[in-house]
Design a binder for this molecule. Structure first.
Ligand SMILES: C[S@@+](CC[C@H](N)C(=O)[O-])C[C@H]1O[C@@H](n2cnc3c(N)ncnc32)[C@H](O)[C@@H]1O
Length: 254
């Protein structure tokens, strides 16, 4: 997973600390707080630098945070070293291990599930490890992002503007090709359906742009303030998840 290894050393500086990403993460953490309470045990998939694991651990949740990238794992371990409730381990969602553990819930933030093209094996694997009534919550890059189409379309970059409509796109990162897939809400719901019931959906990044345009908006504090206010107002309109950069989707283990 060298693609993400290359991003790891500056991921927090480039992404985590950006005002737009920080705002969106705060929205997802508000949702996580509804499911995970002090004393609970959570499993994180694709933890990156461990930002959410650290946040939950400080609220008393024990977290097994996993990621396929050795670089991300190294940064996450350093960041959470003084937090005994967090354990960081390498785990690749494409080669799920025989993990003998039970959790109150599982989550994956910011596009981790987009690295798969079939979510049924993950659903079955999680079903054996998440207690009945437990949560599975994911922030997924959506197949139709209005902002991305408009932004790259205006710049005449139609290949980029329309890349999600093909259902998957190839990225060259850190000398490696990485295929990113964009599941619809319906597809994910169907793949998780044998073991999980969809409980909640929220758009993330309707008024706020995708990462390619963070800089353009963040350079204009007035725009940023207004777009954040609009984002907050429209997030209750679930149907806007169909147009957003990401959607947040929650399941309950049945
Ligand atoms: C955009 S980052 C999100 C990181 C973190 N969840 C966050 O909120 O900042 C995507 C993460 O997914 C991890 N990832 C990608 N493919 C994976 C796979 N097959 N198995 C496990 N983790 C994977 C990457 O290493 C990276 O850390």
């Amino acid at each position: 997973m060298t693609a993400f290894d290359a991003l790891a050393p500056t991921y927090d500086q480039d992404f985590t600390a950006s005002p737009i990403a920080a705002y969106l993460r705060s929205r997802t953490q508000e949702r996580l707080a509804q499911y995970f309470h002090a004393g609970d045990r959570a499993l994180e998939l694709g933890c990156g630098t461990g930002e959410d694991a650290l946040w939950l651990a400080r609220r008393g949740v024990r977290v097994l945070a996993t990621d396929a990238s050795a670089g991300m794992v190294e940064v996450a371990q350093a960041k959470t070293a003084s937090e005994p409730r967090v354990t960081i381990e390498r785990m690749d969602l494409r080669a799920l291990p025989a993990l003998d553990a039970q959790f109150d819930g599982v989550y994956a933030n910011f596009g981790v599930l987009n690295c798969l093209d079939d979510w049924r094996p993950l659903s079955a694997w999680l079903a054996a490890r998440v207690r009945r009534g437990g949560a599975a919550a994911f922030c997924v890059m959506s197949p139709f992002c209005l902002w991305e189409i408009a932004w790259h379309g205006l710049h005449g970059e139609w290949g980029v503007a329309l890349r999600r409509l093909r259902g998957s796109a190839r990225f060259e990162m850190g000398g490696e090709s990485l295929d990113i897939h964009y599941p619809t809400i319906r597809r994910l719901t169907r793949d998780f359906a044998p073991h999980f019931r969809r409980a909640f959906v929220m758009p993330l990044g309707v008024a706020l742009p995708p990462t390619d345009a963070y800089g353009a908006v963040e350079r204009r504090p007035g725009w940023l303030r207004r777009l954040m206010a609009v984002e907050r107002r429209v997030e209750r309109a679930r149907w806007l998840a169909l147009l957003a950069d990401h959607y947040w989707i929650e399941f309950e283990r049945v």
